[in-house]
Write a protein that binds this ligand. Structure first.
Ligand SMILES: [Fe+2]
Length: 213
């Protein structure tokens, strides 16, 4: 089984972005391909906060057709470690892409382009960085520690944001963007993971927490 330390060490070898002199939400280009992005619109502060995508990605260079991302091609062994770390723990979760955020403290936002559930976990040497998720109807806010734990939520419907990070944090968000999961598929995954499906369910502070619409 891939340990958290093994995953952390693998992620540390990845150069998500090349140029840290950012001005706005600029893409990083290497060999003509996009590797990472400084998500100024999402980040609380300027600094070494980076975001890149493993797995399938689509952008103007690919005419918006899904294809393996630059990071996947550049670091196949790292992607293998990421996939194994996840699949060994939650084999039923279906995903196409993994966004890796390095020390990115997100502001309150929704992921409008993610068409389905997001599964998030984080690794590294850090404290803080907890994920806050707010229910769109009740306004109830819940705070989750994702360090070595897993949270499933609907990032397109639930606003979410991070607490301040102290140290070095990588968070990994697994999701599908192009082929949305059907209702039955979602239900099956959640039933398997939670032992039942309710309209709004929180399991905490356990290993697995879920929030769903
Ligand atoms: Fe998000």
């Amino acid at each position: 089984m891939v340990t958290e330390t093994e995953l952390y060490n693998a992620l540390k070898t990845v150069k998500i972005i090349d140029n840290r002199k950012w001005n706005g939400n600029r893409m990083t280009k290497r060999d003509g391909a996009t590797t990472g992005i400084h998500r100024k619109n999402l980040a609380y502060r300027n600094g070494p906060c980076e975001s890149g995508v493993f797995g399938m990605t689509a952008n103007p260079q690919s005419s918006w057709k899904p294809r393996p991302s630059k990071l996947t091609n550049d670091y196949p062994e790292v992607y293998d470690v990421i996939e194994r770390y996840m699949k060994e723990r939650l084999p039923d979760f279906v995903f196409e892409s993994v966004t890796v955020n390095h020390n990115l403290r997100c502001r309150k936002h929704k992921d409008s382009r993610n068409s389905t559930l997001s599964l998030i976990t984080s690794v590294g040497e850090f404290t803080g960085g907890e994920l806050n998720i707010q229910h769109p109807e009740t306004g109830v806010k819940k705070t989750f520690d994702t360090h070595g734990k897993w949270v499933i939520y609907d990032g397109s419907k639930f606003e979410h944001w991070n607490n301040p990070i102290k140290g070095d944090k990588y968070s990994l968000v697994f999701y599908s963007r192009w082929s949305s999961l059907g209702k039955d598929q979602k239900k099956r995954i959640l039933e398997k993971l939670t032992g039942g499906s309710e309209k709004f369910r929180l399991l905490e502070p356990g290993y697995l927490s879920t929030i769903l619409d």
